[in-house]
Design a protein. Structure first.
Length: 183
């Protein structure tokens, strides 16, 4: 049987399951540009956080692709939600999709740092309804976070990659053990 939690290093870990139960400083939401909720992980986060999250999101005037905005976590165990908007890839990975997905991770981590937070959990942004292929999306997520940790070694205590599907768990586990050894 596959283990559902992997601690790859002091700084990163892999968890398979529902992001809304994680007791971390911030969870990241794979939102759409309206920030007013939707399906997938976005729907789960809004449902678990309650209607105050919708009200705060409503005041933010949306969010562009690749950018990120932060709100309180309300009824979630997480203190904050960082809402980022991934590219709509529909199976295509070109420069625009790659750059936008990279920006999602970078801009989310920038908010983590600006708010002095130390633990953050990411879902597999864009790989569900937005159709970004899983393997290249994992490469972008992992390499962007790795670079960020290397550039900001004192700024964060833990990044959790929260996957939902067995296929992502397998992809992340393999890539993470190669990429984060000794970190
Ligand atoms: N916890 C963690 N991951 C989850 C959860 C959960 N509770 N539920 C789903 N996932 P998606 P996108 C995984 O579709 O592709 C929404 O309608 C899911 O298995 O949520 O960025 C928004 O409003 C997948 O691995 O996000 C946008 O319109 C990953 O989360 C659009 O979908 C992302 O899948 C965004 O699409």
């Amino acid at each position: 049987m596959t283990k559902r939690r992997e601690r790859m290093s002091d700084k990163v870990s892999l968890y398979k399951g529902d992001i809304t139960i994680l007791e971390v400083d911030a969870i990241v939401n794979a939102a759409n540009s309206s920030l007013l909720g939707g399906g997938g992980v976005d729907g789960c986060i809004h449902k678990a956080a309650g209607s105050c999250l919708y009200d705060e999101c409503h005041s933010l005037n949306g969010c562009e692709t690749g950018k990120a905005k932060i709100t309180c976590g309300y009824d979630l165990p997480a203190r904050y939600v960082i809402h980022t908007v991934g590219p709509v890839a529909r199976g295509h990975v070109g420069n625009a999709e790659t750059n936008d997905l990279t920006s999602c991770y970078q801009n989310s981590l920038k908010l983590v740092m600006e708010h002095g937070l130390s633990t953050v959990a990411f879902p597999c942004i864009s790989t569900g309804i937005y159709g970004f292929p899983n393997e290249p999306a994992a490469d972008i997520a992992l390499n962007t976070v790795k670079s960020w940790i290397e550039e900001n070694p004192d700024k964060i205590t833990r990044v959790i990659f929260c996957v939902f599907l067995e296929t992502d768990f397998t992809i992340y586990k393999k890539k993470m053990s190669a990429l984060f050894q000794g970190m």
